[in-house]
Design a protein around this ligand. Structure first.
Ligand code: G4P
Length: 281
């Protein structure tokens, strides 16, 4: 790609500091990744920040990614010592398996506490992730199903709200925001494709052409059929065809490939092109 994706991490500093404080209060870090691009949507700094905590990785938006690739990612992260689960944060049914995995991941800690005579101390959890991975959606789904809001707790940082998920588990209601690792241009491109970066700063047409090539190379059948992607046509010709077909035309009647690019992103991000994973382990 000729044009670099620029990113200004200044406003992330405040979020980082807030998260460092919150992390002190918790036993388990629940890290949300986008199942379509788990590596690009992950900031490895969380390994340092979350040192000494139990760790659970949720591959969110797994309804949009390839189910067999999800399984492979689960095995990949499990192999690295994390507890893992593929989820769809919008689905209220997600709560039960998540809760079980939190308890599994904290079993050692509960056992340690028990041996030291500490019983019935709830496990405290926090959700973290880069923008747009579905943190608020998950907190909302969980809160709807949760037993109660615990409210401000004496002895815990003032103003913190905890949602009681079960007798044993409480969740901090404000998720921690991680910053994407933008030094890597590939990461930037994948995050742009899944809609995690503001479109306005990106060469969207170029990215859409790249996505069309990805569909072709990876035999994404639904996408290839819908856009009639053949081996003879290059990605820009495909975009031009899409523009004509969807009546995205300039004033003189010329196909508007910039508009077509946005249509492609809209189709891809909403799952209309089938379940597609951009990254594989
Ligand atoms: P954040 O707090 O991490 O920044 O993310 P947020 O929950 O705001 O979610 C970002 C977008 O992703 C939302 O869509 C949300 O509905 C969608 N989303 C979250 N989890 C899932 C999931 O598991 N599957 C799918 N398919 N989508 C998910 P939006 O278009 O920005 O908002 P809205 O149209 O849903 O209101």
């Amino acid at each position: 790609m000729s044009e670099a994706i620029h990113w200004y991490p200044g406003h992330m500093t405040k979020a980082k500091r807030a998260m460092q404080e919150d992390i002190k209060l918790i036993d388990i870090v629940i890290e949300l990744l986008d199942a379509r691009a788990p590596l690009s949507s992950r900031n490895p700094d969380i390994d340092r920040l979350g040192q000494g905590k139990a760790r659970l990785i949720l591959l969110n938006k797994s309804d949009l990614s390839d189910a067999s690739v999800n399984k492979r990612w689960e095995a990949y992260f499990k192999g690295k010592g994390y507890f893992v689960l593929s989820v769809d944060a919008r689905n209220n049914g997600t709560m039960k398996p998540v809760l079980k995995r939190i308890e599994d991941a904290c079993r050692e800690k509960i056992e340690r506490d028990r041996k030291r005579g500490i019983i019935n101390r709830p496990i405290r959890a926090m959700i973290v992730g880069i923008p747009n991975v579905g943190k608020s959606t998950l907190v909302n789904s969980i809160a709807k199903k949760a037993c109660t809001k615990v409210g401000n707790k004496p002895g815990v940082t003032k103003g913190k709200q905890w949602i009681r998920l079960s007798k044993n588990v409480e969740l901090l209601d404000t998720p921690g925001i991680l910053w994407p690792k933008f030094e890597d241009q590939q990461v930037g491109r994948h995050l742009a494709m899944i809609g995690s970066i503001n479109d306005q700063i990106l060469p969207m047409t170029e990215l859409a052409a790249e996505l069309v090539d990805f569909f072709r190379k990876n035999d994404c059948n639904d996408a290839c059929e819908r856009y009639n992607i053949s081996t003879e046509k290059d990605a820009y010709e495909v975009l031009s065809d899409i523009a004509v077909q969807r009546k995205a035309l300039k004033k003189g009647g010329e196909p508007d490939i910039d508009k077509a690019a946005l249509l492609v992103f809209d189709d891809f991000r909403s799952g209309r092109l089938g379940r597609i994973s951009l990254e594989q382990p």
